[in-house]
Design a protein around this ligand. Structure first.
Ligand code: ADP
Length: 397
């Protein structure tokens, strides 16, 4: 369009002016054309445009200028990026890759990232460029998972190394969570199905059939209890509750009163010393402290033999500026290597030892989550065979 317009203008000029004037006009036209061309060329040296497919239009740029440009560009990224040639030798590295792996221009990438899985996978990529996305693990001491992404880019192969540890762990945790949950549900469910199939009023007496029904009943409650705990955990993890002022003394007493009869029935003596919590108020989500105390009291009872003592103390520690609630038992105790694990979801110490005690290993996971959400923490100490102490700590601001 522009060229046609220019030709038309020139034809009009020829019909109006004499030959000398036309020559002068043509001279100025050529001069302005040259100046515009030079200007555009200079601009294009520093300007590389990305198209939607992320290709770089650098047809009129020499290689050294491209390398500098790529270098500048990839230095903006906070994960390692390598530009490799077709033999997978390193040609350009960004700052992050130099920080992580050192400057290694001209070396094969497999001699720089020395993990076995990486070397094996990069070999697969060389044979089949479609294999351009893989993960590998770096074992001790790092225990990290990395993800490699490879893309052809002009004459280069661009390798990005992404830290995939967190994503990988959360995926693994989710899988583990689901496996544990299905296992915990499957166990009572198989018992229920088994006894439902066994019930037979022709073959067994009324008493026998009644006992089967009782087992079905108790297993159904076990399942309901597990589902309730799961829902509680999910609520605690996902809901932000408004805190209210709660009276520490009243809340502890309320929980203890729920358990008094059960302790008596199991011949476990309950001692309390709560006087210093009188008139103490803390900010806490409604009902959450009740759940924490109920978990600790029921554990103290479940993991104690008869004729032992459970002590509940409330203490205002002025020196440390904190309120402490302690539930101490003389029960079976927890070994030091299990101590750090008992707050994990579904973790139960020595399942065979726990077999007679109902539970799914969720109580302490809920407890720690609630305490964390309310700005508190729990300290657990234990002596195997002698007893355990669970100390809830509320920092005072
Ligand atoms: P559970 O429902 O199995 O009791 P918890 O999360 O409350 O689940 O506790 C996890 C595990 O920690 C229990 O299975 C038990 O092995 C151990 N545990 C908890 N409290 C005590 C305690 N007071 N004494 C001994 N072991 C305990």
């Amino acid at each position: 369009m522009i060229i046609i317009a220019l030709i038309l203008i020139n034809l009009i000029l020829i019909s109006f002016f004499n030959f000398k004037t036309i020559l002068i006009i043509l001279f100025f036209e050529c001069l302005s054309g040259l100046i515009s061309f030079a200007f555009l060329k200079r601009k294009s040296l520093g300007l590389y445009k990305f198209s939607s497919s992320q290709r770089i239009d650098n047809s009129n740029i020499n290689d050294i200028q491209s390398d500098k440009y790529y270098q500048k560009l990839i230095d903006h990224f906070d994960f390692p990026i390598f530009f490799l040639d077709k033999n997978l030798e390193i040609k350009i590295q960004n700052n992050q890759s130099i920080l992580s792996y050192g400057k290694n221009t001209s070396l094969p990438v497999s001699s720089v990232i020395r993990d076995y899985e990486f070397i094996e996978n990069i070999g697969k990529f060389k044979k089949n460029p479609k294999f351009n996305n893989f993960i590998w693990k770096k074992e001790l001491p790092e225990r990290k998972t990395y993800k490699a992404q490879l893309k052809y880019f002009n004459n280069f192969i661009v390798l990005q190394v992404l830290d995939f540890t967190q994503e990988n762990n959360s995926k693994k945790n989710q899988e583990l969570y689901l496996t544990n949950l299905t296992h915990e549900l499957k166990t009572p469910l198989s018992v229920i199905i088994g006894y439902l199939e066994t019930i037979n009023f022709h073959e067994f007496s009324l008493e026998e059939n009644k006992s089967f029904i009782q087992i079905i009943n108790s297993k159904s409650f076990e399942m309901k209890n597990l589902i309730d705990q799961m829902l509680k955990l999910s609520e605690v993890e996902n809901l932000v509750k408004t805190k209210i002022k709660i009276n520490v003394f009243e809340t502890i007493n309320r929980s203890i009163n729920n358990y008094r009869e059960l302790f008596k029935k199991n011949s476990v003596t309950l001692i309390t010393d709560l006087d210093s919590s009188k008139n103490l108020f803390i900010d806490f989500a409604p009902n959450d402290l009740d759940i924490v105390l109920n978990n600790l009291l029921s554990n103290a009872l479940n993991y104690s033999e008869s004729n032992t003592t459970v002590t509940v103390l409330a203490n205002l520690n002025i020196k440390k500026n904190q309120i402490e609630i302690i539930v101490k038992d003389q029960g079976i105790g927890i070994s030091s290597d299990n101590l750090t694990k008992i707050t994990e979801k579904f973790y139960r110490v020595d399942k065979s030892r726990n077999n007679l005690i109902q539970g799914h290993g969720l109580g302490l996971a809920i407890t720690t989550e609630i305490l964390a959400k309310n700005g508190c923490r729990i300290d657990i100490s234990s002596d195997l065979g002698k007893g355990s102490a669970f100390k809830i700590i509320f920092p005072l601001s």
